[in-house]
Design a protein around this ligand. Structure first.
Ligand code: AVJ
Length: 321
């Protein structure tokens, strides 16, 4: 039955990872104000991200889905994996283009912080494919990749959506090293990476005309209000997305619309914002073939396939071994 093929485990942090309180203390109390992007993803934020993927303007997930659909069979054959481990699996919707080519006995390990989304997508997958086992992992991959994968069988790590881009290059290299620690000779990494392109296309993708990205960005203030007993007025801040050409990255900000004070109850602190003052909420790096190689090679990966959608919305899937 489906129950025997579905398990969910909680993954405790393998190492201490800064709490929201620590990160707010470190990043928000004084300018330049910034917050780690991972706090977007409470249940509401995870759903808003799914909605972003359905907008006209946010091309990466559509491009990635198209690459997975077109090349899914060949990728699965090249990976030849018994264990498919997906970091930040979300709804697993795009991964279906791979899973539909899975050999019987394949085990899919979706790893995500959003338990509700993980449970419902895992249930859907085992119901649809009788040859598939799903072992969902609930946790934060920033706290390490010490995962209960059995020794037996080839592995492939899937890190899709371009999420590696949220790390600064030096952190990305460390994280790729951790991924490599999960893999043995012959195992693979399938990485989604958004490409450097015209700033206008990028800025539109991160400030979509339906306003979903704006709602997603502002949602982090709701997270702070709830978790830290803060009193951010969501109408007092607006969404900004700027492409930094030098650093080859989108930077998202929340900009204070006026001079205002914000109380953070659990820190017993009051923040003073000037009009126009910004909080940086996300970095999303864009890659060239050269920068991808420069990131992957020192981590011990060799690029085996580089699949890219056409301009103006270039997006790549990298199969590395
Ligand atoms: C899920 C991190 C890949 O950076 O494109 C989408 C998140 N932020 N729109 C990205 C996001 C604004 C997304 N990642």
């Amino acid at each position: 039955g489906t129950d025997a093929r579905l398990r969910i485990s909680r993954i405790p942090p393998a190492r201490p990872v800064g709490s929201l309180m620590d990160d707010v203390r470190q990043g928000l109390l004084a300018p330049p104000r910034r917050l780690p992007a991972k706090y977007f993803y409470d249940e509401r934020g995870a759903k808003l991200f799914e909605d972003i993927c359905a907008t006209q303007d946010y091309y990466p997930s559509r491009c990635e889905a198209q690459l997975l659909e077109t090349h899914g069979a060949a990728l699965m054959q090249a990976m030849d994996a018994r264990h498919l481990i997906e970091l930040g699996s979300g709804s697993s919707r795009k991964t279906r283009h791979l899973l539909q080519h899975a050999a019987p006995g394949t085990i899919y390990w979706p790893f995500d912080v959003s338990e509700e989304m993980l449970r419902s997508s895992a249930a859907g997958l085992v119901a649809e494919w009788s040859g598939l086992q799903v072992h969902g992992l609930v946790g934060d991959y920033h706290a390490g990749l010490d995962l209960p994968i059995p020794d037996e069988g080839r592995r492939s790590v899937l890190f899709l959506g371009g999420t590696l881009g949220n790390f600064r290059p030096e952190q990305a290299e460390v994280f790729l090293g951790e991924i490599r620690g999960l893999l043995r000779a012959g195992d693979t990494l399938l990485l989604g990476a958004d490409r450097v392109k015209a700033p206008g296309v990028l800025e539109r993708a991160y400030d979509d005309r339906e306003g979903v990205t704006a709602a997603f960005n502002l949602n982090v203030l709701r997270v702070l209000n709830r978790e830290l007993d803060a009193d951010f007025d969501l109408d007092g801040f607006s969404h900004r997305a700027v492409y930094n050409t030098e650093a080859e990255r989108i930077e998202m900000y929340l900009e204070s619309q006026r001079e205002q004070a914000v109380r953070i109850g659990r820190l017993d602190q009051t923040l003073q914002f000037t009009a126009g003052e910004r909080i940086r909420t996300e970095l999303s790096h864009k890659y060239s073939e050269a920068s991808l190689t420069a990131l992957l090679e020192p981590a011990g990966f060799r690029i085996e396939q580089l699949l890219t959608t056409p301009e103006p919305t270039a997006y790549s899937l990298v199969l590395a071994r």
